[in-house]
Structure formats: structure tokens, C-alpha cells
Design a protein around this ligand. Structure first.
Ligand code: 5GP
Length: 201
């Protein structure tokens, strides 16, 4: 059976990555990679669905036993992608979506060069700013911090394979664009090194 694709979707605050990934995850050929984290659950978050919420001690021992495909420390908490679960999904032929930040994405690519790295962006910085302020859920200080972080995130965009813009009200189109990217990737000669052997078999 053909293996699934490992798909990393990163994006700054306001890119709408949760919504766009949500469209992909409605399909039965996509599975969300549930990360482990040491941060406390937020209201509405469910253990095993949004994250595996584990202790710092547990996290460190899982790193030591090689159980993490990648991990990072972000704002004082650890976040990591469980390796075993990732392998199981790919082996089952389903595509795995990793919604992780840029450092994690870089580490995934280093360990797993076949991974496809997609940067999802609002159409412009001005629109991103409008979206974050429009939410009205965060203090001015937090909005500014998130906008500032976008500069760091985009300074490593060269690590990524594709950029997809999520225009206002066009999140379904953004998800369709990701599907088109994956279709092209599956057809790439790079992923099909045995074309000749298979053809004449
Ligand atoms: P939050 O605490 O807001 O849920 O997540 C903070 C950041 O950590 C987000 O950018 C999120 O994409 C990222 N993140 C979540 N899980 C992982 C993971 O397993 N590995 C890495 N490297 N980043 C993650």
C-alpha cells in the first residue's frame, strides 16, 4: 500500500490554519498529529484530542527514549510530535497533518526529508493585523507580540516547500490548494523513483 504523506502546516497567528486544516481533516484520508505538551489545558481543550497533556518529567523521559519525532520549547513549555503515532498513520496510507511552529518544521524536514512543508499566510501583514485586532480576544500587548513573532517565522520561510495564502472568506479554496499541492507531490518523479521498473514489470 502507498504510504501517507507527512504534511506540516505552519502559519502565524491569524493565518487561519486551524480552519483550513479543519477542512482537510473532514476527509477520511487525513489524520491530525496530536502533539504532546507540558502546558496546561485551556478551557474546552480535551486530553488526547487537542494535545496529550503530560508532565515535564514524562516529556523529558520520552525525549530520552527517542519517542519524539521532533520537539521544541516554546514560551516555557515543551511541545513535541509523538513518533510512534506518526509512523502508524503513515503506514496505514493516511496523510498526517502536523500543525507545528517553524523550528519543529525545520527539525521534521531534517529527520524526514520526504515531509512537505507548507506555510499558510494571510494575504498581507495589514490583513493579519486587522484579523488579530478584529478577534478582540487579546490584549494590545499580545497582538503586538504575535505580529512581531511573524517576522521571525517568515525569516525561516526558505525551509518550506510551498506558500498558500488564505484570503478572507476563502478558507475552502486554501484547503483545495493544499490538496492540489499534495496531488502534484504524489505524481512527482522524486516520489516515484521506480517508474521504469514498475512499467515493465
Ligand atoms: P499553543 O500553546 O498555542 O497551542 O501552541 C503554541 C505553538 O506550538 C503553536 O505555534 C503550535 O503550532 C506549536 N506546536 C504545537 N504542537 C507542536 C509540536 O508538537 N511541535 C512543535 N515544534 N510545535 C508545536
Amino acid at each position: 500500500m502507498e504510504k501517507g504523506l507527512m504534511v506540516v502546516v505552519s502559519g502565524p497567528a491569524g493565518s487561519g490554519k486551524g480552519t483550513v486544516n479543519g477542512h482537510l481533516l473532514k476527509r477520511d484520508d487525513f489524520v491530525y498529529s496530536v502533539s504532546a505538551t507540558t502546558r496546561a489545558p485551556r478551557p474546552q481543550e480535551i486530553d488526547g484530542v487537542n494535545y496529550h497533556f503530560i508532565s515535564r518529567e514524562d516529556f523529558l523521559s520520552r525525549i530520552a527514549s527517542g519517542d519524539m519525532l521532533e520537539y521544541t520549547e516554546y514560551c516555557g513549555n515543551f511541545y513535541g510530535t509523538p513518533l510512534k503515532e506518526a509512523i502508524e498513520v503513515l503506514e496505514s496510507g493516511k496523510n498526517l497533518i502536523l500543525e507545528i511552529e517553524v523550528e519543529g518544521a525545520h527539525n521534521v524536514k531534517a529527520k524526514y526529508p520526504d515531509a512537505i512543508l507548507i506555510m499558510l499566510l494571510p494575504p498581507s501583514f495589514a490583513v493579519q493585523e486587522q484579523r488579530l485586532r478584529g478577534r478582540g480576544t487579546e490584549t494590545e500587548e499580545k497582538v503586538l507580540a504575535r505580529l512581531e513573532r511573524t517576522k521571525e517565522e517568515l525569516s525561516v520561510v526558505k525551509d518550506y516547500d510551498y506558500v498558500v495564502y488564505n484570503h478572507d472568506g476563502k478558507d475552502i479554496e486554501a484547503a483545495e490548494e493544499i490538496l492540489a499541492i499534495l496531488k502534484a507531490e504524489r505524481a512527482s518523479i522524486r516520489r516515484n523513483p521506480s517508474v521504469k521498473e514498475n512499467y515493465f514489470a
